[in-house]
Design a protein. Sequence first.
Length: 285
Amino acid sequence: MSNMTLFLSIAPASLLDWAGFPTPLFAMPLFALVLVGLIWAGSFFPRAEALLRKGRALTRSGRPAEAEQCYRKALAKGSSVPVPVQVRLLVNLGGALMDQGRYGESRESLNRALDLGDPTGSCNSFIAKLLLLQGTEPQKALDMAEQAMQIGGGAFRGGFLHDWGVRFGNLSRATQWAQKAWALALLRREREARQGIEAAANSVAAALAGTPNYRRTTPIYGPDYRTLVRLGVSEAQWTMGMALLAMNDTAQAAVHFRIAYETEAKGKYGKLASRQCEQLGVPVS
C-alpha cells in the first residue's frame, strides 16, 4: 500500500474520530464531500491573474464596466497579489475607466501604477491616450508617448515567442508613434505629426510582414496570437485616424477608421472607429 493510499484510508477516520463521529460508514464519503466542497468554494475566489485575463478579454470586446469589476475584484486581494500583477491590474483598470469616460478615476489608477513602476511603458502610453482624449496637456501627452517608446523598446523581444513578440513590439510602437502624431497635431506641429503617422504606418507594415516561425497560434490562456495582432492593428489605425482628425484631415482620418473597423469589427477599436465614421457622416466600409 502506497503512502497516499494509506493516508486516504486513515485520515478521514482519524478526523471523524477526533470530531466524535462514527468512522467506518461515513469516513470516505464525508472526506470526498469535503474535497468537493473545497473545490467548489475555490471556484468563487479566482486568482488575480485569471481575473486580469478575463478583464482584458472584456476590455478587448468593448465591455469596460464588466472589465472594471474583474480588475477591482483582483485588486481587493491586497498584498497577496504580486506587485507586477498589481501594476498590470491598475493600468488595465485605468483603461477601463477611461473607456467609460471617467477620466479623473482613470488618472488616479494610472498614477498609482506609475508609482509602483511599470517596466513595459504601457502605463505611460495609457496616460498619453488619456490626455489626448481630454485634449489637455498635449506636451505632456507627447512626453509620455516618447517615454513609453523608450521604456518598452525591448519588452517584447526574446524567448521562444520571439517572432510574435517582435510583431507585438512593432504594433505597440505604431500606436505610440500615432499618439505622438496626435499630440503634435494638437500642438499645431503638423509636419512632424504627419511624419509620426508615416512612422506608425511603417511599424504596422513591419508587424504584418513575413510569417512567424512559431506554428502554434492558440496559447493555453487568452485569444490566439493572430487575433491579438488584428486588435493591435485596429488600435494603431484608430489612433492614426484620431491624429489626422486633430489636423482636420477628415478624408484621410476616415480611411484609417475604415481600416480599423475592417481589421477587427467586433473589437473595441473597430467599434470606436465605426462611431467616428458615423460622426463624420461617411460609410464605415
